[in-house]
Ligand binder design. Sequence first.
Ligand SMILES: [Zn+2]
Length: 470
Amino acid sequence: MDSPLLREFKGPDGDPFLQEPSLTPPELRLVMSLGSDGFNPFRNTTRGAFITCTAIYMVLLSLPEHLRYQPKYLYLVTVLPGKPQGNINHSLGWLVDQLLPFWNEGVYYMRTARHFLGRKVFAVLIPVVCDTEAAHEISGFASHSHTYFCRRCLLKLENIDNLNPETWPQCNPQRHKELALQWKDASEEVQKFIYKEHGLHWTELLRLPYLDPIMFTIFDKLHFSELGLKESHFRDFFMVDETRNGGEGIGFKDDSGHRRLRPSNSSLRVAWTTIRENKQSLSQELKKLSYDFLWYLCFALGLRTSITVLPSYISQVREKWGTRAGGTLGGDEWNTLSTIHLVVSLIWIWGYEYDENSRRFQLLLNYLDMVHALHAFSLCETSPSLQNYYLARMLKYLHGLLVLYPDVSLKPNHHYAVHAADDLRLFGPPHARSTPVFERMNHTLQQIPSNNHLGKLYSFFPLIKLTLFF
Ligand SMILES: [Zn+2]
């Protein structure tokens, strides 16, 4: 609520919408965010599962942070079968109908807990925060694979490797609304033309007179960071995949390409017996063995790996992560993996065994740029210096990717990461507009018994409301 954008946001009377609490205004002024997240209604968590339902939530940002994400204070707007493409405007229209009176003239409650004679309530919806696919659908933008893939600027997808924000064509909110209105009243053929040429479509949220879809549709940290940049670095740059050999991982070849010959199991067993006997001559016996033999011996005994012990309040990562059997990792697991396990491991194997000019050392530095940048982004407090630090580190990381991986193009999330610096400046730290809560709520929805018939969820919808809110 202390973010610069909300502090400067003007109400319908032209005065700041949020007044100083010390002034005890006669009306109650509330700010709510809108979020959405998909889930598999059949509880299947296998990676790549494609059956999806979409839940839409609202969070009352005016509540203190320790209360706003409690299930009893969240508002489940609706659950849609499938992804929100094309079928979300019906629900949004109903929601906007409810919200408009809270902006135009306010809604008078006859009695509240602290006001015996009642009180008038004004409320606004700021911001929209969810994953890119849902955010673009809810706020009226084209898909992230469209030529105009970004909701903040008009950079074309073919120029996504351009990392100079000053050269990105800017969106015009007024022009955006005019084109969206044209789309709304046009034939299907013209709608397709507008979508193709301008990358937008109508959304019922545009009926809210104060809503700026360009600035109020923010980049969600969970999806652009944990499930975006971090997962992308693993899969696209380090190529961690069970179906192919690792990209830059240290294998059984040394830096000069020399392939170590694997000793026989019997010779490894003999060496292991010698070690267990632990005679006085052990060190002399080991010195007789070759470097490659000792390397394999350590590898077979698990001495080339170490165990990182995490505190209980940090999410553990499942053992078979990255494989189909391991299932889909959650945001917390990607965070633990990328900011703790991989940092420890990579510094150990790339930071000490290679000189500063080696490719692997440069890969390590590049990876740490991302970790540093996202750490600064994730802090519970922010400041202009932290915001500048985030942007500088993120741009350094992205420039590094283009140099170190010239055959891999940047993805929309990399571009969004630069825009996210504006969100940090305007909306403050990301924990205040968090979306992991939607994943937890979706988990609750998944546990509700259903008839396993997709598209007929409304039959138990009242049960969901009862379960969640009472
Ligand atoms: Zn952009």
